[in-house]
Ligand binder design. Structure first.
Ligand code: C2E
Ligand code: MG
Ligand code: MG
Length: 548
Protein backbone atom coordinates (compact mmCIF):
# COMPACT_ATOMS: atom_id res chain seq x y z
CA UNK A 1 0.00 0.00 0.00
CA UNK A 2 1.25 3.46 -0.86
CA UNK A 3 0.71 6.00 1.90
CA UNK A 4 -0.18 9.42 0.52
CA UNK A 5 -0.75 12.56 2.57
CA UNK A 6 -2.92 15.33 1.17
CA UNK A 7 -1.93 18.74 2.52
CA UNK A 8 -4.75 21.10 1.59
CA UNK A 9 -7.32 23.27 3.26
CA UNK A 10 -10.57 21.78 1.95
CA UNK A 11 -12.06 18.52 3.07
CA UNK A 12 -14.04 18.35 -0.19
CA UNK A 13 -10.76 18.18 -2.17
CA UNK A 14 -9.51 15.39 0.07
CA UNK A 15 -12.67 13.35 -0.44
CA UNK A 16 -12.48 13.88 -4.21
CA UNK A 17 -8.83 12.86 -4.34
CA UNK A 18 -9.64 9.81 -2.25
CA UNK A 19 -12.23 8.75 -4.80
CA UNK A 20 -9.73 9.32 -7.63
CA UNK A 21 -6.93 7.39 -5.94
CA UNK A 22 -8.92 4.50 -4.53
CA UNK A 23 -10.96 4.10 -7.75
CA UNK A 24 -13.20 1.09 -7.77
CA UNK A 25 -10.77 -0.74 -5.59
CA UNK A 26 -12.03 0.84 -2.39
CA UNK A 27 -12.21 -2.41 -0.42
CA UNK A 28 -8.51 -3.29 -0.74
CA UNK A 29 -7.04 -0.04 -2.06
CA UNK A 30 -3.44 0.30 -3.28
CA UNK A 31 -3.37 3.76 -1.79
CA UNK A 32 -4.17 5.27 1.54
CA UNK A 33 -4.81 8.99 1.51
CA UNK A 34 -4.73 10.89 4.79
CA UNK A 35 -5.35 14.61 5.22
CA UNK A 36 -3.61 17.56 6.85
CA UNK A 37 -5.40 20.90 6.51
CA UNK A 38 -2.92 23.40 8.08
CA UNK A 39 0.43 24.63 6.81
CA UNK A 40 2.17 24.02 10.16
CA UNK A 41 0.59 20.57 10.46
CA UNK A 42 1.78 19.77 6.94
CA UNK A 43 5.29 20.91 7.75
CA UNK A 44 5.35 18.74 10.84
CA UNK A 45 3.92 15.77 8.96
CA UNK A 46 6.60 16.10 6.30
CA UNK A 47 9.30 16.24 8.94
CA UNK A 48 7.89 13.07 10.48
CA UNK A 49 8.45 11.51 7.08
CA UNK A 50 5.80 8.83 7.60
CA UNK A 51 4.16 8.92 4.16
CA UNK A 52 5.45 7.69 0.82
CA UNK A 53 4.23 10.62 -1.27
CA UNK A 54 2.87 14.07 -0.39
CA UNK A 55 0.19 15.87 -2.37
CA UNK A 56 0.47 19.53 -1.48
CA UNK A 57 -2.25 21.94 -2.57
CA UNK A 58 -0.89 25.33 -3.62
CA UNK A 59 -3.88 26.86 -1.81
CA UNK A 60 -2.64 25.56 1.54
CA UNK A 61 -2.17 28.33 4.12
CA UNK A 62 -3.76 30.92 1.80
CA UNK A 63 -1.60 30.22 -1.24
CA UNK A 64 1.58 29.26 0.55
CA UNK A 65 1.63 25.62 -0.53
CA UNK A 66 4.77 26.23 -2.54
CA UNK A 67 6.37 28.00 0.42
CA UNK A 68 6.03 24.81 2.37
CA UNK A 69 8.71 23.39 0.11
CA UNK A 70 11.18 26.08 1.10
CA UNK A 71 10.50 25.46 4.80
CA UNK A 72 11.55 21.85 4.56
CA UNK A 73 15.04 20.57 5.26
CA UNK A 74 16.80 19.19 2.25
CA UNK A 75 16.95 15.78 3.94
CA UNK A 76 13.32 15.17 2.92
CA UNK A 77 13.58 12.67 0.11
CA UNK A 78 9.90 11.74 -0.05
CA UNK A 79 8.43 13.01 -3.32
CA UNK A 80 6.10 15.98 -3.14
CA UNK A 81 3.53 16.56 -5.86
CA UNK A 82 2.17 20.07 -6.04
CA UNK A 83 -1.53 20.46 -6.88
CA UNK A 84 -2.33 23.64 -8.74
CA UNK A 85 -5.78 25.11 -9.29
CA UNK A 86 -4.91 25.50 -12.95
CA UNK A 87 -3.31 27.95 -15.27
CA UNK A 88 0.31 27.39 -14.10
CA UNK A 89 2.81 28.89 -16.48
CA UNK A 90 6.03 27.08 -17.37
CA UNK A 91 8.19 29.47 -15.29
CA UNK A 92 5.89 28.85 -12.30
CA UNK A 93 6.13 25.13 -12.81
CA UNK A 94 9.92 25.33 -13.12
CA UNK A 95 10.05 27.32 -9.90
CA UNK A 96 8.02 24.67 -8.11
CA UNK A 97 10.29 21.89 -9.38
CA UNK A 98 13.39 23.86 -8.39
CA UNK A 99 11.89 24.34 -4.93
CA UNK A 100 11.78 20.58 -4.58
CA UNK A 101 8.44 19.45 -6.04
CA UNK A 102 8.59 16.18 -7.96
CA UNK A 103 5.84 17.36 -10.31
CA UNK A 104 2.97 19.84 -10.65
CA UNK A 105 -0.54 18.50 -11.30
CA UNK A 106 -3.65 20.42 -12.21
CA UNK A 107 -5.99 19.63 -9.33
CA UNK A 108 -9.26 20.07 -11.18
CA UNK A 109 -8.19 18.57 -14.50
CA UNK A 110 -6.10 15.56 -13.56
CA UNK A 111 -7.91 12.30 -14.22
CA UNK A 112 -7.97 9.50 -11.61
CA UNK A 113 -5.66 7.44 -13.83
CA UNK A 114 -3.21 10.33 -14.32
CA UNK A 115 -3.18 10.98 -10.58
CA UNK A 116 -2.42 7.35 -9.69
CA UNK A 117 0.28 7.23 -12.35
CA UNK A 118 1.86 10.46 -11.17
CA UNK A 119 2.00 9.16 -7.58
CA UNK A 120 3.50 5.81 -8.56
CA UNK A 121 6.03 7.37 -10.94
CA UNK A 122 7.17 9.97 -8.44
CA UNK A 123 7.74 7.23 -5.90
CA UNK A 124 9.64 5.08 -8.39
CA UNK A 125 11.85 8.00 -9.48
CA UNK A 126 12.69 8.77 -5.86
CA UNK A 127 13.77 5.23 -5.11
CA UNK A 128 15.85 5.00 -8.30
CA UNK A 129 17.54 8.28 -7.38
CA UNK A 130 18.35 6.88 -3.96
CA UNK A 131 19.78 3.68 -5.39
CA UNK A 132 21.74 5.26 -8.23
CA UNK A 133 24.22 6.86 -5.86
CA UNK A 134 26.93 4.40 -5.10
CA UNK A 135 26.99 4.73 -1.35
CA UNK A 136 29.51 2.51 0.43
CA UNK A 137 28.32 0.00 2.97
CA UNK A 138 28.72 1.24 6.50
CA UNK A 139 26.47 4.16 5.67
CA UNK A 140 23.06 3.49 7.17
CA UNK A 141 19.58 4.53 6.01
CA UNK A 142 17.77 7.34 7.80
CA UNK A 143 15.34 5.05 9.60
CA UNK A 144 18.21 3.26 11.31
CA UNK A 145 19.90 6.51 12.27
CA UNK A 146 16.64 7.72 13.79
CA UNK A 147 16.38 4.54 15.82
CA UNK A 148 19.98 4.76 17.01
CA UNK A 149 19.46 8.40 17.89
CA UNK A 150 16.44 7.49 19.98
CA UNK A 151 18.38 4.77 21.81
CA UNK A 152 21.37 7.03 22.29
CA UNK A 153 19.18 9.75 23.80
CA UNK A 154 17.58 7.40 26.29
CA UNK A 155 21.02 6.08 27.24
CA UNK A 156 22.27 9.64 27.60
CA UNK A 157 19.77 10.19 30.40
CA UNK A 158 21.29 7.28 32.33
CA UNK A 159 24.99 7.63 31.65
CA UNK A 160 26.66 11.00 31.40
CA UNK A 161 27.98 10.38 27.90
CA UNK A 162 26.82 13.04 25.46
CA UNK A 163 25.08 12.66 22.12
CA UNK A 164 25.51 15.01 19.17
CA UNK A 165 24.23 15.16 15.63
CA UNK A 166 26.10 16.65 12.69
CA UNK A 167 24.42 17.56 9.41
CA UNK A 168 26.90 17.73 6.57
CA UNK A 169 26.22 19.19 3.17
CA UNK A 170 28.74 18.66 0.43
CA UNK A 171 28.67 20.66 -2.72
CA UNK A 172 31.18 21.25 -5.49
CA UNK A 173 31.83 23.57 -8.34
CA UNK A 174 31.77 21.14 -11.23
CA UNK A 175 31.65 17.42 -11.99
CA UNK A 176 29.36 14.64 -10.94
CA UNK A 177 27.69 15.06 -7.56
CA UNK A 178 26.96 11.36 -7.39
CA UNK A 179 30.57 10.27 -7.59
CA UNK A 180 31.54 13.04 -5.24
CA UNK A 181 28.92 11.85 -2.78
CA UNK A 182 30.24 8.31 -2.64
CA UNK A 183 33.84 9.52 -2.29
CA UNK A 184 32.75 11.82 0.53
CA UNK A 185 30.89 8.95 2.17
CA UNK A 186 34.14 6.96 2.14
CA UNK A 187 36.00 9.83 3.74
CA UNK A 188 33.30 10.25 6.34
CA UNK A 189 33.48 6.60 7.28
CA UNK A 190 37.23 6.63 7.54
CA UNK A 191 37.22 9.71 9.81
CA UNK A 192 34.44 8.46 12.05
CA UNK A 193 34.86 6.51 15.23
CA UNK A 194 33.41 3.03 15.43
CA UNK A 195 30.53 4.14 17.63
CA UNK A 196 29.44 6.90 15.23
CA UNK A 197 26.62 6.41 12.75
CA UNK A 198 26.95 7.84 9.26
CA UNK A 199 23.73 8.23 7.30
CA UNK A 200 23.16 9.44 3.76
CA UNK A 201 19.97 11.43 3.51
CA UNK A 202 19.99 12.78 -0.02
CA UNK A 203 22.13 14.32 -2.73
CA UNK A 204 25.26 15.50 -1.02
CA UNK A 205 23.79 15.47 2.46
CA UNK A 206 24.70 13.33 5.44
CA UNK A 207 23.79 13.03 9.07
CA UNK A 208 26.38 11.77 11.53
CA UNK A 209 25.39 10.63 15.00
CA UNK A 210 28.15 10.97 17.59
CA UNK A 211 27.73 8.95 20.76
CA UNK A 212 29.63 8.50 24.01
CA UNK A 213 31.13 12.00 24.03
CA UNK A 214 32.68 12.91 27.37
CA UNK A 215 32.44 16.62 26.68
CA UNK A 216 30.24 18.82 24.46
CA UNK A 217 33.31 20.30 22.83
CA UNK A 218 34.18 16.92 21.36
CA UNK A 219 31.33 17.39 18.88
CA UNK A 220 32.96 20.63 17.71
CA UNK A 221 36.31 18.92 17.48
CA UNK A 222 34.92 16.04 15.45
CA UNK A 223 33.11 18.53 13.19
CA UNK A 224 36.38 20.39 12.65
CA UNK A 225 38.16 17.15 11.81
CA UNK A 226 35.49 16.19 9.31
CA UNK A 227 35.46 19.65 7.77
CA UNK A 228 39.19 19.46 7.25
CA UNK A 229 39.11 15.95 5.82
CA UNK A 230 36.08 16.41 3.58
CA UNK A 231 37.14 19.59 1.87
CA UNK A 232 40.53 18.30 0.77
CA UNK A 233 40.70 18.20 -3.05
CA UNK A 234 39.53 14.97 -4.65
CA UNK A 235 40.73 13.42 -7.85
CA UNK A 236 38.05 11.26 -9.45
CA UNK A 237 38.87 9.58 -12.75
CA UNK A 238 41.08 12.43 -13.82
CA UNK A 239 38.55 15.00 -12.64
CA UNK A 240 39.79 17.39 -9.97
CA UNK A 241 37.01 18.23 -7.51
CA UNK A 242 37.10 20.77 -4.74
CA UNK A 243 34.29 19.92 -2.34
CA UNK A 244 32.59 22.73 -0.45
CA UNK A 245 31.45 21.56 2.95
CA UNK A 246 29.04 23.00 5.48
CA UNK A 247 28.43 21.39 8.84
CA UNK A 248 25.69 22.03 11.36
CA UNK A 249 26.10 20.81 14.93
CA UNK A 250 23.45 20.02 17.52
CA UNK A 251 24.23 18.61 20.96
CA UNK A 252 21.69 16.99 23.29
CA UNK A 253 20.10 18.13 25.49
CA UNK A 254 20.90 21.82 24.88
CA UNK A 255 19.84 21.74 21.24
CA UNK A 256 17.02 19.26 21.66
CA UNK A 257 15.98 16.38 23.85
CA UNK A 258 14.11 14.24 21.33
CA UNK A 259 15.21 12.96 17.90
CA UNK A 260 12.79 15.34 16.19
CA UNK A 261 14.04 18.37 18.12
CA UNK A 262 17.65 17.46 17.55
CA UNK A 263 17.15 16.90 13.83
CA UNK A 264 15.31 20.22 13.58
CA UNK A 265 18.18 21.98 15.39
CA UNK A 266 20.84 20.41 13.24
CA UNK A 267 19.01 21.34 10.04
CA UNK A 268 18.76 24.89 11.31
CA UNK A 269 22.44 24.87 12.21
CA UNK A 270 23.24 23.66 8.71
CA UNK A 271 21.20 26.47 7.18
CA UNK A 272 23.15 28.93 9.36
CA UNK A 273 26.39 27.43 8.13
CA UNK A 274 25.22 27.71 4.54
CA UNK A 275 24.31 31.33 5.07
CA UNK A 276 27.84 31.97 6.30
CA UNK A 277 28.93 30.50 3.01
CA UNK A 278 31.20 27.63 2.17
CA UNK A 279 33.49 25.89 4.53
CA UNK A 280 32.07 26.29 7.93
CA UNK A 281 30.65 24.50 10.90
CA UNK A 282 28.01 26.31 12.90
CA UNK A 283 25.86 25.61 15.89
CA UNK A 284 22.15 25.88 15.88
CA UNK A 285 21.18 29.35 17.02
CA UNK A 286 18.37 30.03 19.43
CA UNK A 287 17.62 30.27 23.12
CA UNK A 288 18.27 26.59 23.71
CA UNK A 289 21.74 26.86 22.34
CA UNK A 290 23.37 29.59 24.36
CA UNK A 291 25.65 27.06 26.01
CA UNK A 292 26.75 25.74 22.65
CA UNK A 293 27.39 29.26 21.36
CA UNK A 294 29.42 30.07 24.45
CA UNK A 295 31.48 26.91 24.01
CA UNK A 296 32.13 27.85 20.43
CA UNK A 297 33.28 31.34 21.40
CA UNK A 298 35.50 30.00 24.16
CA UNK A 299 37.16 27.49 21.86
CA UNK A 300 37.87 30.18 19.31
CA UNK A 301 39.21 32.52 22.02
CA UNK A 302 41.45 29.77 23.45
CA UNK A 303 43.25 29.38 20.15
CA UNK A 304 46.54 31.21 20.54
CA UNK A 305 45.67 32.42 24.07
CA UNK A 306 48.96 31.07 25.44
CA UNK A 307 51.00 32.85 22.77
CA UNK A 308 49.13 36.09 23.47
CA UNK A 309 50.09 35.82 27.15
CA UNK A 310 46.53 35.57 28.38
CA UNK A 311 47.26 32.94 31.05
CA UNK A 312 48.68 33.53 34.49
CA UNK A 313 48.97 31.70 37.79
CA UNK A 314 47.42 32.60 41.09
CA UNK A 315 48.66 31.14 44.34
CA UNK A 316 46.49 30.11 47.25
CA UNK A 317 48.27 29.53 50.57
CA UNK A 318 48.10 26.29 52.51
CA UNK A 319 48.49 26.63 56.25
CA UNK A 320 49.80 23.93 58.58
CA UNK A 321 47.22 23.60 61.35
CA UNK A 322 49.45 22.60 64.20
CA UNK A 323 51.53 25.82 64.05
CA UNK A 324 49.56 28.11 61.65
CA UNK A 325 52.59 28.41 59.38
CA UNK A 326 52.28 28.82 55.61
CA UNK A 327 53.71 25.60 54.26
CA UNK A 328 52.68 25.70 50.69
CA UNK A 329 50.59 27.13 47.92
CA UNK A 330 48.39 25.74 45.21
CA UNK A 331 49.08 27.17 41.76
CA UNK A 332 45.78 27.84 39.99
CA UNK A 333 45.53 28.71 36.34
CA UNK A 334 43.80 31.95 35.39
CA UNK A 335 42.70 33.04 31.92
CA UNK A 336 41.86 36.58 30.95
CA UNK A 337 40.71 36.41 27.37
CA UNK A 338 41.27 39.49 25.23
CA UNK A 339 37.77 39.12 23.79
CA UNK A 340 35.79 37.58 26.63
CA UNK A 341 37.47 38.88 29.77
CA UNK A 342 38.21 36.61 32.74
CA UNK A 343 36.87 33.07 32.33
CA UNK A 344 36.47 30.60 35.20
CA UNK A 345 38.68 27.48 35.22
CA UNK A 346 35.54 25.41 35.68
CA UNK A 347 34.59 26.57 32.21
CA UNK A 348 37.88 26.56 30.33
CA UNK A 349 39.80 23.63 31.88
CA UNK A 350 37.35 21.02 30.50
CA UNK A 351 37.64 22.70 27.09
CA UNK A 352 41.43 22.59 27.22
CA UNK A 353 41.13 18.92 28.09
CA UNK A 354 38.69 18.18 25.30
CA UNK A 355 40.87 19.95 22.74
CA UNK A 356 44.11 18.39 24.02
CA UNK A 357 45.51 21.88 24.63
CA UNK A 358 45.83 20.95 28.29
CA UNK A 359 49.02 19.05 27.49
CA UNK A 360 50.82 22.16 26.28
CA UNK A 361 49.23 24.56 28.73
CA UNK A 362 49.71 22.12 31.61
CA UNK A 363 53.45 22.10 30.89
CA UNK A 364 53.45 25.88 30.75
CA UNK A 365 51.78 25.89 34.21
CA UNK A 366 54.39 23.50 35.54
CA UNK A 367 57.24 25.55 34.10
CA UNK A 368 55.79 28.80 35.41
CA UNK A 369 55.22 27.36 38.91
CA UNK A 370 58.70 25.82 39.11
CA UNK A 371 60.32 29.06 37.94
CA UNK A 372 58.45 30.98 40.63
CA UNK A 373 59.24 28.29 43.21
CA UNK A 374 62.94 28.61 42.43
CA UNK A 375 62.78 32.38 42.99
CA UNK A 376 61.20 31.86 46.44
CA UNK A 377 63.69 29.11 47.18
CA UNK A 378 66.60 31.40 46.32
CA UNK A 379 65.10 34.16 48.46
CA UNK A 380 65.36 31.82 51.46
CA UNK A 381 61.63 31.29 51.67
CA UNK A 382 61.03 27.83 50.21
CA UNK A 383 57.36 27.19 49.52
CA UNK A 384 55.91 23.88 48.50
CA UNK A 385 53.85 24.35 45.33
CA UNK A 386 50.94 22.17 44.31
CA UNK A 387 50.30 21.99 40.58
CA UNK A 388 47.13 20.45 39.16
CA UNK A 389 47.57 17.82 36.48
CA UNK A 390 44.71 16.51 34.44
CA UNK A 391 44.12 12.99 33.19
CA UNK A 392 45.09 13.87 29.62
CA UNK A 393 48.49 15.05 30.81
CA UNK A 394 49.28 12.03 32.94
CA UNK A 395 48.38 9.53 30.26
CA UNK A 396 50.67 11.21 27.75
CA UNK A 397 54.03 9.40 27.53
CA UNK A 398 55.80 12.78 27.25
CA UNK A 399 54.66 14.04 30.63
CA UNK A 400 57.21 12.25 32.83
CA UNK A 401 60.28 13.27 30.82
CA UNK A 402 58.91 16.82 30.44
CA UNK A 403 58.50 17.10 34.24
CA UNK A 404 62.08 15.98 34.81
CA UNK A 405 63.33 18.42 32.22
CA UNK A 406 61.40 21.33 33.75
CA UNK A 407 62.75 20.51 37.21
CA UNK A 408 66.28 20.36 35.84
CA UNK A 409 65.91 23.56 33.80
CA UNK A 410 64.39 25.65 36.56
CA UNK A 411 66.46 24.16 39.37
CA UNK A 412 63.36 23.97 41.57
CA UNK A 413 63.77 21.37 44.27
CA UNK A 414 61.59 18.31 43.46
CA UNK A 415 60.79 17.94 47.18
CA UNK A 416 58.98 21.26 46.95
CA UNK A 417 56.80 20.18 44.06
CA UNK A 418 53.46 18.43 44.54
CA UNK A 419 51.22 17.17 41.77
CA UNK A 420 47.48 17.30 42.39
CA UNK A 421 45.57 14.60 40.59
CA UNK A 422 41.83 14.19 40.68
CA UNK A 423 40.46 10.99 42.02
CA UNK A 424 38.54 10.18 38.83
CA UNK A 425 41.77 9.75 36.95
CA UNK A 426 43.04 7.07 39.29
CA UNK A 427 39.81 5.14 39.01
CA UNK A 428 40.44 4.65 35.34
CA UNK A 429 44.16 4.62 35.99
CA UNK A 430 46.40 2.37 34.01
CA UNK A 431 49.70 0.77 34.92
CA UNK A 432 51.36 3.55 32.92
CA UNK A 433 50.01 6.14 35.36
CA UNK A 434 51.19 4.07 38.30
CA UNK A 435 54.69 3.81 36.85
CA UNK A 436 54.76 7.52 36.14
CA UNK A 437 53.72 8.38 39.69
CA UNK A 438 56.34 6.03 41.11
CA UNK A 439 59.01 7.60 38.94
CA UNK A 440 58.05 11.13 39.99
CA UNK A 441 57.99 10.13 43.66
CA UNK A 442 61.44 8.63 43.33
CA UNK A 443 62.62 12.10 42.25
CA UNK A 444 61.09 13.58 45.40
CA UNK A 445 57.87 14.97 43.94
CA UNK A 446 54.82 14.32 46.13
CA UNK A 447 51.44 13.20 44.86
CA UNK A 448 48.13 14.57 46.15
CA UNK A 449 44.69 13.18 45.47
CA UNK A 450 42.53 16.21 44.74
CA UNK A 451 38.79 16.50 45.38
CA UNK A 452 38.90 13.36 47.45
CA UNK A 453 35.54 11.69 47.95
CA UNK A 454 33.93 12.94 44.74
CA UNK A 455 34.91 9.91 42.65
CA UNK A 456 32.11 7.80 44.10
CA UNK A 457 33.90 4.52 43.71
CA UNK A 458 35.73 1.73 45.46
CA UNK A 459 38.60 2.84 47.62
CA UNK A 460 40.78 -0.07 46.62
CA UNK A 461 42.83 2.17 44.34
CA UNK A 462 44.26 3.83 47.44
CA UNK A 463 46.34 0.73 47.96
CA UNK A 464 47.32 0.50 44.32
CA UNK A 465 48.46 4.03 43.66
CA UNK A 466 51.43 5.73 45.25
CA UNK A 467 50.33 8.87 47.05
CA UNK A 468 51.32 11.24 49.84
CA UNK A 469 48.45 13.64 50.42
CA UNK A 470 44.66 13.48 50.40
CA UNK A 471 42.81 16.74 49.73
CA UNK A 472 39.30 16.69 51.15
CA UNK A 473 36.97 18.28 48.63
CA UNK A 474 35.46 21.61 49.66
CA UNK A 475 32.02 20.13 49.23
CA UNK A 476 32.58 17.97 52.33
CA UNK A 477 34.21 20.70 54.38
CA UNK A 478 31.30 23.08 53.90
CA UNK A 479 29.35 23.68 57.10
CA UNK A 480 31.14 21.21 59.39
CA UNK A 481 30.48 20.36 62.18
CA UNK A 482 26.90 21.66 62.04
CA UNK A 483 26.33 19.80 58.78
CA UNK A 484 26.38 16.38 60.37
CA UNK A 485 26.63 14.43 57.13
CA UNK A 486 29.63 16.43 55.98
CA UNK A 487 31.13 16.12 59.45
CA UNK A 488 30.78 12.34 59.26
CA UNK A 489 32.38 12.18 55.81
CA UNK A 490 35.20 14.54 56.72
CA UNK A 491 36.08 12.64 59.89
CA UNK A 492 35.98 9.34 58.00
CA UNK A 493 38.37 10.69 55.36
CA UNK A 494 40.69 12.02 58.07
CA UNK A 495 40.67 8.68 59.86
CA UNK A 496 41.39 6.87 56.60
CA UNK A 497 44.22 9.25 55.73
CA UNK A 498 45.81 8.95 59.15
CA UNK A 499 45.64 5.18 59.20
CA UNK A 500 47.41 5.09 55.82
CA UNK A 501 50.03 7.54 57.05
CA UNK A 502 49.04 10.26 54.57
CA UNK A 503 48.88 14.01 55.04
CA UNK A 504 45.31 15.32 54.83
CA UNK A 505 44.67 18.82 53.52
CA UNK A 506 41.21 20.36 53.74
CA UNK A 507 40.10 22.53 50.82
CA UNK A 508 37.61 25.35 50.77
CA UNK A 509 37.79 26.27 54.46
CA UNK A 510 35.77 29.46 54.86
CA UNK A 511 34.77 29.62 58.54
CA UNK A 512 36.31 29.50 61.96
CA UNK A 513 34.03 26.66 63.02
CA UNK A 514 35.12 24.51 60.07
CA UNK A 515 38.74 25.12 60.93
CA UNK A 516 38.28 24.26 64.61
CA UNK A 517 36.56 21.03 63.73
CA UNK A 518 39.31 20.05 61.30
CA UNK A 519 41.99 20.91 63.80
CA UNK A 520 40.33 18.85 66.52
CA UNK A 521 40.43 15.82 64.22
CA UNK A 522 44.13 16.23 63.48
CA UNK A 523 43.84 17.56 59.92
CA UNK A 524 47.33 18.40 58.67
CA UNK A 525 46.77 21.59 56.70
CA UNK A 526 44.01 23.78 55.32
CA UNK A 527 43.41 25.99 52.34
CA UNK A 528 40.49 28.29 51.72
CA UNK A 529 39.01 31.77 51.73
CA UNK A 530 39.26 31.75 55.54
CA UNK A 531 42.96 32.39 55.07
CA UNK A 532 43.11 33.87 51.59
CA UNK A 533 41.75 33.63 48.07
CA UNK A 534 44.10 32.58 45.28
CA UNK A 535 46.26 35.67 44.56
CA UNK A 536 48.61 36.90 41.87
CA UNK A 537 52.24 36.25 42.70
CA UNK A 538 53.11 39.71 44.07
CA UNK A 539 50.06 39.82 46.29
CA UNK A 540 50.80 36.32 47.56
CA UNK A 541 54.33 37.39 48.54
CA UNK A 542 53.06 40.42 50.48
CA UNK A 543 50.45 38.23 52.16
CA UNK A 544 53.10 35.76 53.34
CA UNK A 545 55.38 38.58 54.45
CA UNK A 546 52.64 40.24 56.49
CA UNK A 547 51.76 36.96 58.21
CA UNK A 548 55.30 36.24 59.23
P1 C2E B 1 41.01 22.46 42.62
O1 C2E B 1 42.35 21.98 42.23
O2 C2E B 1 40.22 21.61 43.55
O3 C2E B 1 41.20 23.91 43.20
C1 C2E B 1 40.51 24.44 44.27
C2 C2E B 1 39.44 25.35 43.82
O4 C2E B 1 38.71 25.80 44.94
C3 C2E B 1 39.97 26.61 43.15
O5 C2E B 1 39.02 26.94 42.15
C4 C2E B 1 39.93 27.61 44.27
O6 C2E B 1 39.84 28.95 43.81
C5 C2E B 1 38.67 27.20 44.97
N1 C2E B 1 38.66 27.61 46.38
C6 C2E B 1 39.73 27.77 47.20
N2 C2E B 1 39.31 28.10 48.43
C7 C2E B 1 37.99 28.15 48.41
C8 C2E B 1 36.97 28.44 49.40
O7 C2E B 1 37.24 28.72 50.55
N3 C2E B 1 35.68 28.38 49.02
C9 C2E B 1 35.34 28.06 47.74
N4 C2E B 1 34.04 28.02 47.42
N5 C2E B 1 36.25 27.78 46.77
C10 C2E B 1 37.57 27.83 47.11
P2 C2E B 1 39.47 27.42 40.73
O8 C2E B 1 40.69 28.24 40.81
O9 C2E B 1 38.26 27.99 40.09
O10 C2E B 1 39.87 26.07 40.01
C11 C2E B 1 38.93 25.11 39.76
C12 C2E B 1 39.56 23.84 39.29
O11 C2E B 1 40.20 23.99 38.05
C13 C2E B 1 40.65 23.35 40.23
O12 C2E B 1 40.09 22.69 41.32
C14 C2E B 1 41.41 22.43 39.32
O13 C2E B 1 40.78 21.17 39.25
C15 C2E B 1 41.27 23.10 37.99
N6 C2E B 1 42.53 23.81 37.69
C16 C2E B 1 42.96 25.03 38.08
N7 C2E B 1 44.19 25.28 37.59
C17 C2E B 1 44.55 24.19 36.88
C18 C2E B 1 45.72 23.82 36.12
O14 C2E B 1 46.72 24.55 36.04
N8 C2E B 1 45.71 22.60 35.51
C19 C2E B 1 44.65 21.75 35.62
N9 C2E B 1 44.70 20.58 34.98
N10 C2E B 1 43.56 22.06 36.32
C20 C2E B 1 43.51 23.25 36.95
MG1 MG C 1 43.83 21.27 43.08
MG1 MG D 1 40.15 20.35 44.77
Amino acid sequence: MIRVLFCGEREADWLLLQTSLYGTNSIAPHFHLSWEPSLEGARRALLRNDSDVYLVDEGLGGGQGIELLSLLPSSITTPILLLSAGGVSLPEETLAIQAGAADVLLRDEVSPRQLRKAVVHALARASVAKRSTDIPCGVVPQGLLQQRLENALSRERLTRAKVALLAILVDHLQGSLERLTSAIAERLLSCSREVDTVCYTQAGQFLVLLEGLTHDAQADIQADRLLLALQAPLSLQGEELLPRVCIGIAVAPEDGETPTELIRSVEEALRNAQREGGRSARHALGPLNEKAQRRWLLRRALEGALERGEFSLHYQPQVELRNERVVGAEALLRWRSAQLGPVSPAEFIPLLEATNQIETIGLWVLHEACTQGRIWQDAGCPIKIGVNASAKQLTSPDFGPACEQILRQTGFSPELLGLEITEGLLLEGSSHVRELLNKLRSLGVSISIDDFGTGYASLSYIKRFPMDVIKIDKEFVRGVPLDVENAAITSAILALGHSLGLRVVAEGVEHDSELEFLRSLGCTAAQGFYYAKPMPCGEFESWVRSRN
